[in-house]
Design a protein around this ligand. Structure first.
Ligand SMILES: NC(=O)c1ccc[n+]([C@@H]2O[C@H](COP(=O)([O-])OP(=O)(O)OC[C@H]3O[C@@H](n4cnc5c(N)ncnc54)[C@H](O)[C@@H]3O)[C@@H](O)[C@H]2O)c1
Length: 435
């Protein structure tokens, strides 16, 4: 039996031991899903707090219900460890570590490299290695494969290697790890087949593609599509403001077209670990190949200007009551990067906070998902909306449209409010300033 047959058989019989490296928003749901489908799963993370929480059955990712985590931990099918030497026991290893940008906006693959070094240290015949972290086309073949080959084993023959981009959308109740189709591209046919068998055992649909580069590019096309369309609609919002047209009404009407239009919404700027970052992985790689990605750069320019525009709207709102940003008490409703999640990464609220603070505002915030927020050497604590309304700040800014906020109470209090998300849709008052 060759090495791929061995792993295929172990997957089919659920004997395959699966390792997931990086137990964050992507890795933890994946590890739980594999365990729920009968596999023996070990999650690996350098963060000992996370591994301890998992072993205690405590979920720190909102999309992973604690009951599900507790069930797979109690049944002995999932455990977490920071002991990378245990990777040697795994039949399949999924790498789900961060892929941020450096300050220079170049890809930072240091987490991937560290994880692959750990895998390479104990690589053995028959192991299936899958990279899930979002990255530029070529990473699997140009970075990961040589590190593993250096152990003297041949890809697609002695060990199997694939790229399968994670497409999870935190907070989305309808589409989860289980029912989002999984794109899979191996370094050769045996790798693709094994990776398809593995995911096919836990997710509803797998979509094999011809190479790792195609799989890497699929993810970047998807995220660039979002970044560019959000950039376009943000520009339309700025334009509509100049022309005194309500952009939200325009979008609502446009989306009644049953074909050829897909609604995107303006907002205070991009946030999260994907959309503000991934397109720059692509433009970096394209530049290496002598190609300039103009759409990506332009969308990045417009999207990153949105927090400045929000601050301008706050200035407009305060001006109407003869106040200035300097010295005013300004309250942010929501600081997470999107509705009903606790993820603060790249959140535009942080830029808005910084810009307002530089202009002399006295700031506070409410976010039920983010109890504390560090701003320079200060730690701010989230305040209950009820208390905020009693204290009556000079202006409120809805940065994140969490569904638990009492928007009727916010409007009813007469607070001057800048709404960056159309959270106050259908409500009308002279105190509301829309994006
Ligand atoms: N969050 C999302 O919505 C999302 C969606 C699709 C794709 N992705 C991609 O998935 C990847 C992971 O993102 P995430 O949001 O899960 O990140 P995250 O920061 O939530 O989790 C990453 C985890 O990896 C751990 N880690 C870092 N280096 C490690 C190492 N060398 N060994 C072991 N553990 C290590 C960290 O401690 C952390 O717990 C990124 O490439 C991201 O772009 C994220």
């Amino acid at each position: 039996m060759d090495s791929s047959q061995g792993v295929l058989e172990r997957i089919r019989t659920r004997q395959a031991r699966i390792g997931v490296i990086g137990l964050g928003y992507v890795g933890l749901p994946l590890a739980v899903e594999f365990a729920r489908h009968g596999f023996d799963v070990t999650g690996f993370d350098v963060d000992n707090v996370k591994t301890a929480q998992i072993n205690a059955g405590e979920s720190y990712i909102p999309d992973v219900p604690e009951a599900d985590l507790r069930a797979v931990v109690a049944s002995g099918r999932l455990r977490a460890s920071s002991d990378m030497s245990k990777l040697a026991d795994m039949d399949a290893i999924d790498i789900c570590v961060p892929t941020p940008l450096r300050k220079t906006r170049d890809p930072d693959l240091s987490y991937v490299v560290l994880a692959v070094e750990a895998v390479a240290a104990s690589l053995r015949r028959g192991q299936l290695i899958i990279l899930e972290s979002t990255t530029y086309p070529g990473t699997t073949e140009e970075v990961v494969q040589p590190m593993l080959e250096a152990k003297g084993l041949k890809p697609d023959i002695d060990f199997l290697l694939a790229f399968s981009p994670e497409r999870v959308d935190p907070g989305n109740q309808q589409y989860t790890t289980k029912n989002i189709p999984k794109i899979i591209g191996g370094v050769g046919p045996a790798s693709t087949e094994a990776a398809c068998a593995l995911y096919g055992a836990a997710v509803d649909r797998v979509v094999p593609v011809s190479s790792t580069r195609v799989a890497e590019m699929v993810k970047l096309l998807e995220n660039t599509f979002r970044a560019v369309n959000i950039g376009l609609v943000n520009e339309i919002a700025l334009m509509c403001h100049k022309m005194d047209i309500g952009v939200w009404e325009v979008i609502d009407a446009a989306k009644t077209k049953p074909f050829g239009f897909m609604p995107f919404y303006p907002g205070p700027g991009l946030g999260g670990h994907c959309i503000p970052i991934d397109p720059f992985y692509l433009s970096w790689k394209a530049r290496q190949n002598g190609f300039e990605c103009r759409f990506i750069e332009l969308a990045g320019h417009i999207n990153s200007s949105m927090p400045h525009y929000v601050v301008e709207r706050v200035g407009d709102a305060l001006n109407c009551v003869r106040k200035s940003i300097n010295g005013s008490r300004i309250h942010l409703f929501g600081v997470a990067y999107k509705r009903d999640v606790n993820d603060m990464r790249e959140s535009p609220a942080l830029d808005i906070l910084e810009l307002l603070s530089k202009r002399g505002a006295r700031l506070s915030y409410s976010d039920p998902f983010v109890p504390e927020l560090r701003h320079h050497d200060q730690v701010l604590s989230s305040i209950e909306v009820r208390q905020v309304l009693q204290e009556a700040p000079d202006c409120g800014v809805i940065c994140t449209d969490h569904s638990v906020f009492d928007y009727d109470a916010i409007v009813g209090s007469g607070l001057l409010v800048v709404d960056t998300r159309n959270a106050l849709k259908g409500r009308d008052a002279p105190t509301i300033f829309r994006l």
